[in-house]
Design a protein around this ligand. Structure first.
Ligand code: SF4
Ligand code: SF4
Length: 339
């Protein structure tokens, strides 16, 4: 299990690396990471989802207007434009495993030396285990916000049996991976807020049962269109509770990363716009690594390299360089500003 001291050390190192990249001006040469927003289609209806859930606000920064699915041509084009890329993420405002050709895109990116990762809800994992194993992924993260079938059903809008199917698929994936020499890291990620902090020991036990490599617990980032969203934030005063629940699970084998607590006054700043480009199926771009999806008004990958230093990216970067908060509501309560 990762110790609290090690987690802090990782964060300090990350911040230092980011600062060197930014103030050395290396970012101008191009992004290091690209994240493809593969699709808006999903096989779950999670209550808290900004794009499929109960409280959709089309004006919100967190909402993604529907576009086409990402294609192999788009991924190829992006790699041609940005030779600086090292990491490719396949995510979605829907479920990436629903997208035709996903594994061809991954193989192509891996053949060009990219570190590839996938974020999935795991519902289609059972039919794709061999393909995931053969794909050359470095990292697969399965989003699972509950360790109980009934609660999972309430949160996602599907039958409790889906919870068991996802769990068994994850176990099979871990078993198959363990039979190989592959460096595929298998994680589960769960969003934690004040109402769900009590679930931490249960989530850790379940992660242990699944045999995964790491359980990533993430603080909720408020969605202003949700009721009571700011009351649910995990703040500094929740530290003792968090430590207590963490220590209850200390005997488990799985590595756990604890949620970052939100500071009342933002402490740092976010380097996302210096490192990352997000791209949706129409080629629209974005630069936020947490919650803001690509949008048409931000620019388009078909503009070529110049999109990376366009007005949108320049304005957000200048705010960071001037020590300003990037966005009053969304960024103030984002973990990136509380590290
Ligand atoms: S799995 Fe993800 S994209 Fe699909 S509804 Fe849930 S949160 Fe939204
Ligand atoms: S601070 Fe803002 S821009 Fe940076 S990751 Fe968080 S929400 Fe995105």
């Amino acid at each position: 299990m990762l110790s609290l001291k090690n987690i802090r050390l990782h964060r300090v190192k990350d911040n230092l690396r980011n600062a060197i990249g930014v103030y050395g001006g290396f970012y101008r040469k191009g992004p290091v990471s690209a994240t493809f927003f593969m699709t808006d289609r999903c096989n779950l209806r999670c209550k808290m989802c900004a794009n499929q859930g109960e409280h959709i606000d089309r004006e919100s920064l967190l909402f993604h207007p529907r576009t086409r699915d990402v294609t192999l041509e788009l991924v190829k084009k992006t790699l041609e434009i940005f030779p600086t890329l090292k990491n490719i993420g396949f995510v979605g405002t829907g479920e990436p495993l629903l997208v035709n050709g996903l594994f061809e895109m991954i193989s192509m990116a891996v053949s060009k030396g990219m570190n590839c990762s996938l974020v999935t809800n795991g519902v289609l994992l059972e039919n794709n285990i061999d393909r995931v194993i053969k794909s050359g992924f470095r990292n697969i993260s399965i989003s699972l916000n509950s360790a109980s079938p009934n609660e999972y059903s309430l949160l996602t809008g599907v039958a409790p049996s889906t919870f068991f199917r996802v769990g068994e698929a994850v176990k099979k994936l871990v078993k198959k991976r363990n039979e190989t020499e592959l460096k595929l890291k298998i994680n589960v990620s769960s969003v934690i807020d004040r109402s769900s902090i009590v679930k931490i020991p249960e989530l850790i036990s379940y992660a242990d049962y699944l045999g995964i490599d790491e359980l990533n617990l993430h603080s909720i980032i408020p969605n202003p269109s949700f009721p009571n969203t700011y009351d649910l934030l995990l703040r500094e005063q929740d530290k003792p509770t968090l430590k207590r629940y963490y220590s209850l699970s200390i005997k488990n084998k799985v590595n756990v990363t604890l949620p970052i607590l939100i500071k009342d006054v933002p402490r740092g700043n976010c380097y996302s716009f210096f490192q990352r480009i997000n791209i949706d199926g129409d080629g629209n771009v974005g630069g936020c690594m947490r919650v803001m999806p690509p949008k048409r008004e931000n620019g388009n990958i078909f503009e070529g390299f110049k999109v990376w230093n366009n007005q949108y990216f320049t304005e957000w970067r200048n705010k960071v360089l001037n020590g300003e908060l990037l966005h009053e509501t969304t960024c103030r309560y984002c973990v990136e500003c509380s590290k």
